[in-house]
Design a protein around this ligand. Structure first.
Ligand code: ADP
Ligand code: MG
Length: 900
């Protein structure tokens, strides 16, 4: 037993999974003298002893273990062989077995274990099968096989159920007991198949209808499986024993049917063990929990095969036992193939004929090679079977040379990890729900408690209040009672006095009574009067107090007003000072402005970036030319003085102040940012009214300039129109002689001409006539503004015609503008010429104007423009206009003129 313990404690249990075959034996006690070769020795050669199955060395770690078991003499042998010695002699302590050749000579064989006829089933299990079972639990494949002549105890060794006598339990039952002891039912699983192999046919002992199972081999892993075989998951020992019993019954029935004996077939039990590895070696405690929950569990899959082989005795090939030769061959095929494979393996031959039989194919991944293998050879003692015994021993000896290369079968079980995580998640969710519920309950409880406490407090407060109230009521009642008693006592005293008086003068009592009543009445009257007087006095006193009070406030008010008056005076003085200072500044500024303007008044370029380009006010250009310094000072002034004040200066009595104020406004109006403010503050109205109210032409000029600036903005254009601006401007134009005044007025009207919405009104109120009237002054600046106004008007008109808003002849033609236009188409001053050219192009685009234009001589001008204009865009426009008009084309044809 000591050996077993040493195996168990130091062996498989603690081995590392990373190295397979060498680690398997690392716990075995080493016996350096033993080598894998030469286990057979002739008589007397006992020195070369092999290691025990449980006591091995690293050098032979993977070898097939072979134990020999001797069956005790049976009853028959006891009588028949009574006079003969056994053919074998066992030396278990030396692990040797001597096979007698004759009375004086014997061969000695060494085995991994020699089990005498007295060896218990328990011991047999422990030395033969237990190491294999433990390997299987560690994820290796393992095989336990019994080989021997029929009747030598193979089935006894492997398959006894031990129903009546538990000590008789065989290897199958004990192996399963050990497996069950080592696994945990929640994570691990065991499933079992039970088969019979007879005449190269595999039958399912758990389901007899499956009587020809095929073997599958995984080409990659080399794993062997029987896809058709019944695989039953067993959960406990009794159900396993039940399965074995069932298998036995089926085996018996099958053999009866086939008219054969169980000794002719191989019984194969397959146990698949899937075992979860709890903790990997070397993982330290802290992280172990983490890795267990986060990593897929490692699953080790082991397969234990227990094979109760057919009897090893040679089948009589003569057919004397009722078998044909073919049958005999077939019966023995698997067993002889096993022998051949073992020989090949033992001799390290390059070819192992595994494919020769079903048995060898089935054992391919479980015998030798990558599996842990134990072979028990069973022999009987009878000298009559010496030959069979000898061949059995030789089989065992050869098997001992077969090396194993153990291979662990380990894989990650992601499915089970997922299941586990699912379960964990579920439980966490449940836990969370529980906690939430508890939390809500707690909150509810606290809420109820608080409510209760509040109502309690309310109640106790009410009680206390009621108590207090009752107490005071009681006290007041008592004091009332006391007062009543006192009153009674007082009345009694008075009664006594009255009685005394009565006794003195009885005769005058009644008259005295009347007097008394009278006196009482008088007294009451007196009392009332006195009370009224007192009230009066207190009233008067109050009044006096009030008067005194209001006098004081009045005085304070007066002094305050006086102070305010002084402040106002002071403030006014300051303002007056400021005004005179500002007036000085204004004078200076407008002087500067005039100077600068004079310097800057140069020609007025027209921005014509496109054929319909915008026309910019000349006044604006002029203002834009102002130096930054001046603009800055005006803006500063604007800020300091405030717009309202400047506007108010437009009505100042001093004409100089007035003119300077207009100039400042005009300057401010040049800035788009100020325009809105000026209009909002009523500046536009003031400027327009200046055109009528003032006689001063200077004021007219500057005001018109300011209006022209404001007229750049569409909203302001409408305001100017609605306030009668055109008539005012027309009137101013009529009366003015100064070209600059006319230029400003023309500029303002020209801006208004560019508003599509105001076309009709502008014309109706004499805007075009006013423009044409101003050409009397031949100053090119004035003419340029007139031309700009006409071009603007023509452009808007053309747009309206194109959109179908306007029909009929151009209003410019109606108002007689054409002659001036034709005349000025060749004006030397380019701003005038350009605008006129544009106006002509716009007008010519509409057929309705064509006839008038031809008769007015405009066609000639258009032709010239289309040929000679230095501005390419205008040239192209004129050419296109000419070619698209049928009337013009006709006329040109008539005149034989070519426009191209
Ligand atoms: P096999 O399966 O090899 O044909 P069995 O296991 O059927 O042989 O054994 C034949 C007989 O010998 C059975 O009656 C069995 O009880 C008996 N027997 C075998 N081995 C022993 C043993 N070690 N001790 C006692 N009886 C045994
Ligand atoms: Mg048997």
């Amino acid at each position: 037993m000591a050996n077993n313990n040493s195996f168990k404690n130091g062996g498989v249990k603690t081995k590392s999974i990373s190295s397979s075959s060498s680690s398997y034996s690392s716990g075995y006690k080493s016996k350096p003298s033993v080598t894998s070769g030469g286990r057979r020795s002739s008589t007397g050669s006992t020195g070369n002893s092999a290691g025990a199955l449980h006591k091995d060395t690293p050098g032979v770690s993977g070898r097939v273990r072979v134990a020999v078991r001797l069956r005790p003499r049976n009853t028959e042998e006891q009588s028949t062989d009574a006079d003969f010695a056994d053919c074998v002699e066992v030396q278990p302590e030396l692990k040797r077995l001597k096979l007698r050749r004759n009375n004086w000579d014997s061969d000695t064989f060494e085995f991994d274990e020699v089990l005498t006829e007295f060896a218990s089933q328990k011991r047999v299990y422990e030395v033969v099968a237990k190491p294999v079972v433990e390997s299987v639990l560690d994820g290796y494949n393992g095989t336990v096989m019994a080989y021997g002549q029929t009747g030598t105890g193979k089935t006894y060794t492997l398959g006894r159920l031990g129903d009546e006598d538990t000590s008789a339990r065989g290897i199958m039952v004990r192996a399963m007991e050990d497996i069950f002891a080592e696994i945990s039912p929640e994570s691990d699983s065991i499933s079992v198949s039970y088969l019979q192999l007879y005449m190269e046919t595999i039958q399912d002992l758990l389901d007899p209808t499956n009587d020809n199972l095929s073997i599958m081999e995984d080409p990659k892993s080399g794993d062997i499986s029987l896809p058709g075989a019944t695989l039953i998951e067993v959960r406990d020992q009794p159900s396993f024993v039940e399965l074995l019993r069932l298998g036995e019954a089926h085996r018996f029935a099958a053999n009866t049917k086939l008219n054969t004996e169980s000794s002719r077939s191989h019984a194969i039990l397959m146990v698949h063990v899937k075992k979860c590895v709890k903790e990997r070696d070397g993982e330290n405690g802290g992280k172990a929990h983490m890795s267990r929950t986060m990593k897929a569990p490692v699953v080790r899959k082991g397969k234990l095969i227990v094979v109760d082989l057919a009897g090893s005795e040679r089948i009589d090939k003569s057919g004397s036992e009722g078998h044909t030769l073919e049958e005999a061959k077939s019966i023995n095929l698997s067993l002889s193939a096993l022998g051949k494979c073992i020989n090949a393996l033992a001799e390290n031959s390059s070819h192992v004929p595994v494919r020769d039989s079903k048995l060898t194919r089935l054992l391919r991944d479980s015998f030798g090679g990558t599996a842990r293998t134990s072979l028990v050879i069973t022999i009987g003692p009878s000298p009559r079977h010496r030959g069979e015994t000898s061949s059995t021993i030789m089989f065992g000896q050869r098997a001992m040379k077969v090396e194993n290369m153990l291979k662990i079968k380990e894989e990650f079980d992601y499915k089970s990890l997922a299941r586990k995580l699912d379960v964990q998640l579920e439980s966490l969710i449940a836990e969370h729900e529980r906690e939430q519920k508890a939390y809500q309950d707690e909150v509810q409880k606290i809420r109820l408690d608080a409510k209760k406490q509040m109502s309690d407090a309310e109640k106790s407060y009410k009680d206390a209040f009621e108590k207090e109230r009752l107490k005071y009521q009681r006290e007041s009642m008592e004091s009332i009672k006391k007062l009543e008693v006192q009153l009674a006592a007082n009345q009694e005293k008075q009664g006594d006095k009255r009685v005394k008086v009565g006794f003195k003068d009885e005769g005058v009592r009644s008259s005295t009574n009347a007097e008394l009543i009278e006196a009482k009445k008088l007294l009451q009257n007196e009392i009332l009067l006195r009370k009224a007087a007192e009230e009066e006095i207190s009233n008067l006193r109050n009044q006096v107090v009030q008067w005194k009070r209001s006098e004081a406030t009045g005085n304070a008010e007066i002094s305050k007003l006086r102070k305010m008056l002084e402040d106002e005076v002071h403030h006014r003085e300051k303002l007056e000072e400021e005004i005179s200072m500002l007036q000085n500044q204004l004078l200076q500024l407008s002087f500067d402005a005039d100077e600068t303007r004079k310097q800057l008044e140069i020609g007025h370029g027209v921005d014509m970036s496109g054929e319909m380009g915008s026309l910019v006010s000349p006044v604006r250009q002029q203002q834009m030319a102002y130096s930054g310094e001046q603009k800055g000072s005006v803006a500063k002034l604007f800020e300091q003085v405030g717009l309202q004040k400047i506007l108010s200066l437009l009505e100042a009595e001093d004409p100089d102040v007035r003119i300077h104020a207009v100039k400042v406004i005009a300057n401010l109006a040049a800035e788009a940012t100020n325009q809105e403010k000026i209009v909002e503050a009523g500046g536009l109205t003031s400027l327009l009214s200046l055109l009528t109210t003032s006689e001063d032409e200077n004021i007219h000029r500057v005001a018109a300039g300011a209006i022209a600036n404001l007229a750049m903005n569409e909203t302001n254009q409408e305001l100017i129109m609605s306030q009668g601006g055109i008539s005012l401007l027309a009137m101013t134009a009529e009366n003015a002689d100064d070209p600059q005044t006319l230029r400003m007025v023309a500029g303002a009207i020209a801006n208004l001409c560019g508003n599509d919405k105001l076309q009709l009104m502008l014309r109706a109120e004499g805007g075009i006539k006013a423009l044409l009237g101003m050409v009397r002054c031949r100053h090119p600046d004035v003419l340029a503004q007139v031309a700009r106004g006409i071009a603007n008007f023509a452009k808007c008109e053309s747009r309206a015609s194109t959109q179908g808003i306007k029909t009929g002849k151009s209003l410019l033609i109606e108002d007689g503008a054409l002659p001036w236009i034709v005349k000025n188409a060749n004006n030397e001053a380019s701003p005038i010429r350009r605008h006129v050219e544009l106006a002509l192009c716009h007008m010519a685009q509409h057929e309705v104007n064509a006839k008038d234009m031809i008769s007015g001589g405009a066609l000639w001008e258009l032709v010239k423009i289309s040929r000679d204009c230095s501005r390419e865009d205008i040239r192209i426009l004129a050419r296109r206009t000419l070619s698209s008009s049928p009337t013009f084309q006709l006329e040109l044809k008539r005149l034989r003129l070519n426009t191209g």
